[in-house]
Design a protein. Structure first.
Ligand code: SF4
Length: 339
């Protein structure tokens, strides 16, 4: 861990509001100091097709997370408060990383769980835009964000990719110690949709690869998402909101309630991404035995059928069980240091 951190005393960046209870070492519930820490900055091919395309999304994985979901799939960088993978970088370096990812061919800049660093991240994004940066910025987050934090990103973020994990406060309390999650996420997503009310798409501009069969490409790299709207399968999203829900074993009702709320509130102005890729992480069976298996095809089918019955037509659906640990990238500091 860096010796340069300034601590998070007084921090109220996220709904945990834990700034007055940070540890003696100056670290809050998010598990990281205030200095920017990232674990990987590289092309990422495992997002929805309209985000990854064939060239990949420029994903910057930030260290730390205020959610600490018991089933976290990225626990190397977010789960262990005392031993989180990450290197401290300056905000100027973060802007450089955006440009380097663009140079590598990224379709967009994908800020993965940046919540605990939002002031510095906003500074770096603004600097890049002032320098003429022309790729969309995407905020890939838990949905557990304060409205004022999202408001502060207006004009900086082009695409919001929040989770909506729980509609049931008891499930939210059990798996994320966040019984307020449903209400917090509803308000955060409302602000995201206010900023990006209309989805905009454009063809991928790497014409040298335009003949690649996207469905085949995604099958090979583990992401077999397909859009219900065939016409938009190969288009890249430039602006809008995509809301993800990861179905957990035994939690069909929770996911159905999420789908119902989102569709009844936003209709097809947002895209839903219904995910079945849950992978039990080692040791989870000790405290949460119900989460020690993968999601059954029949469970996922119930959620998808429900969405179709409701009338949802704008959704990504994983058309077979795709739970593979290969979805989890290697947090090896790729792209962190100047090249
Ligand atoms: S960002 Fe971290 S320190 Fe700040 S309120 Fe959230 S959990 Fe606490």
């Amino acid at each position: 861990m860096s010796e340069t951190f300034s601590g998070r005393q007084g921090c109220r960046l996220c709904p945990r509001n834990c700034g007055d209870k940070v540890s003696a070492s100056g670290i809050g519930i998010c598990g990281v100091p205030r200095d920017l820490m990232i674990a990987r900055a590289a092309l990422h091919f495992w997002e929805e097709p309209c985000i990854s395309g064939s060239r990949g999304s420029g994903a910057v994985f930030f260290s730390g997370c205020s959610m600490h979901c018991v089933f976290c799939q990225n626990s190397d960088i977010s789960g262990n408060l005392d031993d989180i993978t990450g290197k401290v970088i300056s905000r100027e370096r973060l802007t450089e990383i955006f440009w380097e990812l663009r140079e590598k061919g990224a379709n967009n800049i994908n800020l993965v769980t940046p919540d605990q660093y939002l002031p510095d991240v906003a500074w770096a994004v603004r600097k890049a835009k002032d320098e003429g940066f022309d790729l969309p910025f995407l905020m890939n987050c838990s949905g557990y964000e304060k409205v004022e934090s999202i408001k502060a990103l207006e004009g900086l973020i082009d695409i919001y990719l929040p989770d909506f994990k729980y509609m049931d406060p008891e499930v939210a309390a059990r798996y994320s110690s966040a019984p307020d999650y449903p209400e917090v996420a509803k308000a955060a997503i409302a602000e995201m949709v206010r900023q990006c009310p209309v989805q905009e798409f454009a063809p991928e501009t790497d014409f040298s690869k335009k003949n690649i069969d996207i469905s085949h490409e995604t099958e090979e790299n583990g992401s077999s998402c397909t859009s219900v709207d065939e016409d938009e399968r190969t288009a890249l999203i430039k602006k809008g909101v995509i809301v993800r829900n990861l179905l957990l074993p035994g939690n069909v009702m929770n996911s159905r309630e999420v789908v119902k709320y989102l569709y009844n509130t936003y209709g097809d102005s947002i895209t839903l991404s219904l995910m079945s890729q849950y992978t039990p992480m080692p040791g989870i069976e000790k405290r949460f035995p119900e989460l020690s298996r993968r999601v059954r095809v029949s469970e996922y089918r119930k959620v998808v059928d429900y969405a179709i019955r409701l009338g949802v037509t704008n959704a990504f659906i994983q058309d077979r069980e795709v739970a593979k640990e290969s979805f989890i990238p290697s947090f090896n500091y790729e792209g962190v240091e100047r090249q």
